[in-house]
Design a protein. Structure first.
Length: 266
């Protein structure tokens, strides 16, 4: 039986759960509480030295990196049906899987400079926050987290995030091009890989980032949410109170974000 170490609302975990649901695979889930710091448990860090979720175990095989896990599941258990057969289209899909690293960083930035910033600053003392950050193995990630908490949407990381998101939305809009899916004529791995990130932006109430300039992104998200895998992998894991918290935190930050988005486009 596949074993997935995951987080309820972590975007990368959502991606793997959507892939599992699309392929129709059962798995044993081990839920980590990232706010409590379960990811720093030494036994878990032997599987995933970066102290992040998800990690998938398939027998003795230990797999990390959510996009690669989704591709592995498709190749191993689904005859690669979620990957186009045409080489050029495959290259485009793989480019999306690779770009998920920068898209993930951007979503992490938007989440921790707004909603999570409010949540953590309200719940913990500065000493507790610093102690939690100091447990992250990567000092550059530590520096990023400190900067997002200190500066919110004023952080330099927000500029970087908006740059990657603008390019990402433009390319998604072009790839969908009159069809429905980013992966090509058929639904596939690029759609699965992107849905948690675009969903998070909408849940924070930041859909104004694509609404007028890249409307295909919104139509695509609606189509993704109609698939049963969305409920199975994403929606059912998000507690109702978090839905409200994300929306109201996002609403307070949206006017500033909208200004930064306009500045960046000029
Ligand atoms: N590129 C990795 C990113 C994994 C990652 O950063 N996961 C986040 C949740 S989405 C995490 O575990 N964060 C732990 C923390 O913030 O301490 C992947 O796609 O699997």
């Amino acid at each position: 039986m596949l074993k997935l170490y995951h987080g309820a609302t972590s975007v990368c975990s959502q991606k793997v759960r959507v892939a599992l649901a699309e392929i129709g695979l059962d798995y044993e889930g081990v839920m980590l509480d990232l706010q409590k710091g379960d990811q720093f448990d030494p036994d878990y860090m032997r599987l995933n030295p970066d102290a992040v979720v998800p990690t998938l175990l398939d027998g003795d095989l230990v797999l990390v990196e959510s996009s690669l896990i989704a591709e592995y599941l498709d190749r191993t258990y689904n005859e690669g049906r979620l990957m186009p057969s045409d080489a050029a289209q495959q290259a485009r899909v793989r480019h999306w899987l690779l770009r998920c690293l920068s898209v993930h960083a951007a979503i992490n930035t938007l989440t921790f400079s707004t909603f999570m910033r409010d949540k953590v600053l309200a719940a913990k003392t500065p000493q507790e926050i610093e102690a939690a950050i100091a447990r992250m193995p990567d000092k550059v990630q530590q520096a990023k987290r400190r900067d997002l908490f200190a500066n919110g949407l004023g952080s330099i990381y927000v500029d970087q995030a908006l740059l990657h998101l603008r390019r990402g939305f433009a390319d998604m809009h072009a790839d969908i091009a009159g069809g429905t899916w980013v992966s090509g004529p058929a639904f596939g791995l690029a759609d699965i890989a992107l849905v948690p990130y675009i969903d998070r932006i909408e849940r924070l109430g930041f859909e104004g980032l694509w609404r007028s300039e890249f409307p295909a992104v919104g139509a695509w998200l609606t189509a993704m949410r109609e698939r049963p895998s969305y409920a199975a992998g994403i929606a059912t894991f998000i507690p109702d109170d978090m839905v409200q918290e994300q929306r109201s935190a996002g609403a307070t930050y949206w006017p500033t974000l909208e200004e930064r988005w306009a500045e960046q486009s000029g």
